[in-house]
Design a protein around this ligand. Sequence first.
Ligand SMILES: Cc1cc2nc3c(=O)[nH]c(=O)nc-3n(C[C@H](O)[C@H](O)[C@H](O)COP(=O)(O)O)c2cc1C
Length: 211
Amino acid sequence: MGLTAPLSVAENGEISLPAPHVAGHVSIERALHARRSIREYAPGPLTLTHLSQVLSAAQGVTATDGFRTAPSAGALYPLEVYVVAGDVAELPQGIYRYRSQGHTLQRIAGGDSRPALMQAALGQPCIAQAAAVLLVVAVYERTTATYGTRGTRYVHMEAGHAAQNVYLKAVSLQLGTVAVGAFDDRSIKAVAALREEEQPLYLLPLGRKEH
Ligand SMILES: Cc1cc2nc3c(=O)[nH]c(=O)nc-3n(C[C@H](O)[C@H](O)[C@H](O)COP(=O)(O)O)c2cc1C
């Protein structure tokens, strides 16, 4: 499960992620029991296979009609997930947008943005120490267009579902993560070059768990 996978780049430049595994060795009971916020990580890269697994847990498509690993009010899917990659085997450092449909990564920027992201997150060291950081953002309009102002709370609930999925997947892969909500919105938007309509909700640093 943790083996290195070769990088596969499509003609449109998108990076195909390895197909997510649907069987594992850790029961849901054990994952729930062991789940903890982890802010320090062992050195060493995250594998592309593990990144693929975690992204699928957050917002992967699991059915031909587009339904995903996390529930969504009206199946409107207002969340986007970005990866700030610093030390992922095979994957050049940079910022990538996860495309649920097709399970691919779209490159947004190159270079190591973890130090800048840490500054935007009020200096929390876990952000710079992580091999990669997931950034969960909301496009509220996708949900509020149907549900009005009540849609805003639905979007926040969905971010919670996605983050809990990431936590549980991290346990099963012996990775560490923590849901980080303390950051400066404008700085995060600038670092990740978010689109006008995208609002940052969560940072989820990922690293190998220390033993
Ligand atoms: C909405 C939310 C925001 C959080 N923000 C941060 C944060 O900015 N930094 C941090 O280190 N932990 C953050 N946490 C993690 C909590 O500190 C953690 O869940 C809590 O201490 C309980 O520990 P546990 O997750 O190990 O059970 C956040 C958790 C939630 C749910």
